[in-house]
Design a protein around this ligand. Sequence first.
Ligand code: GSH
Length: 213
Amino acid sequence: MKLYTYFRSSASYRVRIALAYKGIAHEAAYVSLVKAEHQADAFRGVNAQGLVPALEDGGQVLIQSLAIMEYLEERHPVPPLLPKDPVERAYVRAVAQIIACEMHPLNNLRTLKHLRKALKLDEEGVNTWYRHWVAEGFGMLEAHLEREKRHGKYCHGDAVSMADCCLVPQVFNAQRYDCDLAPYPTLMRIFDDCMKLDAFAATQPMKQADATT
Ligand SMILES: N[C@@H](CCC(=O)N[C@@H](CS)C(=O)NCC(=O)O)C(=O)O
């Protein structure tokens, strides 16, 4: 398998965690977002969408981190990243989607670029935008976890799941933008517990071979 990845890409980090947690051997192909390599023809030939991650397996290219994690789950079910019960599976997928579908697209690189370029927002304006959507998303997620009471050590009980694979990278992003994370004690406690595991710690942005400061 070959994972097209960028160290700071949180969507790539989700898949790096899933691969590491399941112990799946793979090589990395680095696609620099700051050098706009994701928009170059060479990478568009891999993923026409021009986004990382992409995963090559047996000549097939898979895109979209949630779809890739589902694929890995089907091909390598042990250790699982989804619970067995259909209702619980839907719960985990919903938490993952709150982060990947409701939060991440609003603060993605191309969204922020558009705010700067087309809408002429300065850095302070962009940061305000960023922090607003983190506060809204994490605020809602914290309340959701507290109300559902399905979390334990991790987002769903004491088993690592796709929800954790999405949560941890989103916290890294939020920390990079100096978001106030104190209002989310449950999310941050889960984050801390995840980071005690190799699958999360070894795959974090600054530990990647393409990491730059
Ligand atoms: N929904 C996609 C999002 C992929 C995505 O947006 N990746 C970001 C990095 S985290 C990217 O390539 N951004 C480039 C850009 O916005 O120009 C997924 O989950 O894979």
